[in-house]
Design a protein around this ligand. Structure first.
Ligand code: ADP
Length: 266
């Protein structure tokens, strides 16, 4: 058995082969001891670790494990999963929306980190909790999918009343920028959560599209667990990326890129 483990800020992602089949598994970082116990209980296996918490995991393992830098692991994993989807692109941008967001340019088989933003999946959960009291990720994304951002966000067209705006009126002029003081007591959890997801989605896609220009590619590949069961985030990111002139692609099992990349070094 070969196992790649990406121990991130929020979740531990695991990719392994069983009877020649690629399998995936994930656990909250709070259960790092449980993951170590699972690995320690396995028979003969080769292990490669990556991610910010790989050192902590390594200290809990009774088996030998290799280690690989997270950005390199993600790059290898994206290449692997992309070819599994039957795609053959070699130049593209990768935006990893994990706890935070990291942006990479892939050209000629090598990756360069272009930057990122602290707005990511951690922001999604943290702001959602502060605004609504909801803390369960699945509950946040479920409620958000029923909400409207109409009353909370300010669009360009709202500012350019009765006048043709110089840019698309559908663009958000200000996230949470509408006149909220008189309606703050009426806003529902669904509306607030949808608007948090809008803020995260528009921020990561705007930064990505700008970075894509430095990478000579209009293809932006989005990965990271923030897209799990989160059709609203996908929708915001997809439409904003297209509106800003790039082509989005959501990699299948993309949240396991780091784990898969680590596994492929074995
Ligand atoms: P990291 O490698 O930093 O842990 P991930 O790519 O795993 O990053 O993404 C973490 C984000 O995924 C969280 O901040 C949250 O928005 C989202 N997420 C998806 N599923 C869950 C879950 N079951 N529990 C907590 N967060 C989740």
């Amino acid at each position: 058995m070969i196992i790649g483990i990406d121990a991130g800020g929020t979740l531990i992602k695991i990719a392994y082969t069983e009877n020649g089949q690629l399998q995936f598994k994930k656990s909250p970082i709070a259960d790092i001891e449980g993951v170590a116990k699972w690995v320690n209980g396995l028979g003969d296996c080769e292990i490669c670790l990556t991610g910010g918490k790989s050192g902590v995991l390594r200290s809990l393992l009774t088996k030998q494990a290799k280690e690989i830098v997270e950005f390199e692991a993600t790059h290898r994993g994206v290449q692997f999963l992309l070819s599994k989807m039957g795609r053959s692109e070699t130049t593209y941008l990768v935006t990893n929306v994990g706890t935070g967001t990291s942006i990479h340019c892939i050209q000629n088989d090598s990756q360069e980190r272009l930057g990122g933003t602290g707005v990511g999946g951690g922001t999604l959960v943290g702001l959602s909790h502060l605004l609504t009291g909801v803390s369960d990720y699945e509950e946040i994304v479920r409620l958000a999918s029923k909400g409207s951002r109409e009353r909370i966000d300010l669009k360009v067209k709202h500012i350019y009343e009765g006048k043709e705006p110089p840019i698309s009126g559908e663009l958000t002029a200000s996230n949470f920028g509408n006149d909220l003081f008189s309606i703050s007591d009426e806003l529902t959890k669904e509306e607030l959560l949808a608007t948090v997801i809008g803020l995260v989605g528009e921020t990561v896609s705007t930064v990505s599209v700008q970075a894509a220009r430095q990478c000579d590619s209009s293809l932006v590949i989005y990965i990271g667990s923030s897209f799990i069961h989160n059709p609203l985030l996908k929708e915001v990111v997809e439409s904003y990326t297209i509106l800003r002139g790039s082509t989005p692609l959501f990699l299948e099992n993309g949240e396991f890129s780091g784990a898969v990349g680590a596994m492929t070094t074995l």
